[in-house]
Ligand binder design. Structure first.
Ligand code: FAD
Ligand code: EPU
Length: 337
């Protein structure tokens, strides 16, 4: 039975560990819960769909209803095209990865150890170590908040981009994703394109890696680089890696020939935001209760007792210094609330 709780602390529900509260909070355990919630009159109050809270920063209390997605369940079907795995929105992402790797279903292994839930994965088209969600996405089921209508979103409907989808743009806050279907394969296409994976495999003397090897190696690299939110509050990369036009890149490259960059199509270049931030002297610094991570300047952290406003204001300083030095404006990846 769906219950709506009042005046709930959101601190346990965000990986930054920021203290904030919500006026109302509803945990959705099954589709029926969501259907009955959407039958209520929700107009006039702000709504926030929340998964694992690993990509949000609360800068103030949330003056509305938090819809916490906890729908569980994983099932699969073998088809002529491969294996289709469908997962409830509330399943932890890494739990799904482990399930698939254990079953021998290939496709998710490079995305090991990303925090958060399956339902949030299409929202920013999660990506890591040479793979993005869009590469293995088939469809998702979502409910329109305004009407309660159920809709299936196909790959083309989602308009995926780098850390982007229709759920972050035109349809931001308008649909609640209840399940996601992935197209996986029993015959793995091992992807070791991301340099650090190859190095780590060589170090372990693994010449013919399995998907379990890839999952282990990616997990180990991540643990070495990123702070564990259970001990140091953070939301992963705070900013996106900026993409700049060919002309701007030429000018930048002349001044900074060691700028870390990745070529895209038509001369566009993606820059490593972590490098830009480090060059401005921010790597591993502590500023009040916040700062950046010692191994990854792109990750802002809560060193204990930080408020969301403090983290946000620190992020403003970073944007301003990077812009002054490189003429590049960083865009936040984390959802600011
Ligand atoms: P939340 O933070 O709860 O929500 C994020 C956004 O999605 C919000 O706008 C929310 O409203 C919306 N949303 C959530 N669930 C639903 C739903 N069911 N329906 C509709 N909208 C929804 N991300 C990467 O892409 N790659 C990485 O390598 C990566 N590494 C990370 C490492 C660390 C240590 C941390 C803390 C974060 C990292 N992230 C990474 C960011 C984060 O894990 C992802 O963005 C993840 O998908 C967020 O999931 P969540 O359930 O916590 O979403
Ligand atoms: N770098 C620095 N200093 C730093 C950090 C990075 O110079 O402090 C440079 C290094 O040259 C390094 C390069 O940047 O080789 C790339 O760093 P890394 O491999 O750590 O990846 P990233 O570009 O910083 C992106 C994603 C991560 C994802 C990793 C691995 C974004 C915004 N971030 O980080 O995703 O896990 O690649 O694929 O695209 C997230 O989105 O929250 C996230 C953690």
């Amino acid at each position: 039975m769906l219950t709506i709780q009042e005046n709930i602390s959101l601190k346990p529900y965000n990986t930054f560990g920021i203290p904030a509260s919500a006026v109302a909070f509803a945990e959705i355990l099954c589709e029926e819960d969501l259907i009955s919630l959407l039958q209520e009159d929700l107009t006039g109050q702000p709504l926030l769909i929340l998964g694992g809270g690993s990509n949000v920063l609360f800068t103030k209390d949330f003056e509305g209803l938090v819809i916490k997605m906890s729908i569980q369940g994983i099932k699969f079907e073998e088809t002529a095209q491969g294996i289709e795995v469908t997962s409830g929105a509330g399943v932890l992402w890494h739990e799904l990865v482990v399930y698939c790797v254990t079953q021998g279903f290939a496709g998710l292994e490079n995305l090991s150890l990303i925090p958060g839930t399956v339902g949030a994965s299409p929202v920013q088209n999660i990506g890591a170590y040479g793979v993005e969600l869009k590469d293995i996405f088939k469809s998702c089921v979502a409910y329109e908040i305004a009407t309660g209508t159920k809709k299936i979103f196909t790959y083309n409907d989602c308009k995926f981009g780098y850390r982007d989808s229709i759920f972050k743009t035109e349809l931001k806050g308008k649909y609640v994703i209840t399940s996601v279907t992935f197209k996986l394969s029993a015959t793995p296409k091992i992807n070791t394109r991301y340099g650090a994976i190859q190095e780590e495999l060589q170090r372990r003397n693994i010449a013919q890696p399995t998907i379990a090897d890839i999952s282990n190696v990616v997990s180990e690299i991540r643990v070495g680089k990123l702070p564990d939110p259970s001990t140091i509050g953070n939301a992963g990369s705070f900013f996106k890696n900026p993409v700049i036009a060919p002309m701007q890149f030429q000018e930048l490259y002349i001044k900074f020939p060691d700028v870390v960059h990745y070529p895209l199509v038509d001369g566009y270049q993606k820059l490593a935001a972590g490098w830009l931030i480090e060059q401005c002297g921010f790597k591993g610094i502590i500023s009040g209760n916040t700062g950046t991570w010692k191994h990854q300047a792109l990750v802002l952290v809560n060193y204990g007792g930080a408020t969301g406003a403090e983290v946000y204001s620190f992020s403003e300083q970073i944007i301003s210094k990077v812009n002054a030095k490189f003429g590049v404006v960083l865009e936040r990846e984390v959802n600011i609330l």
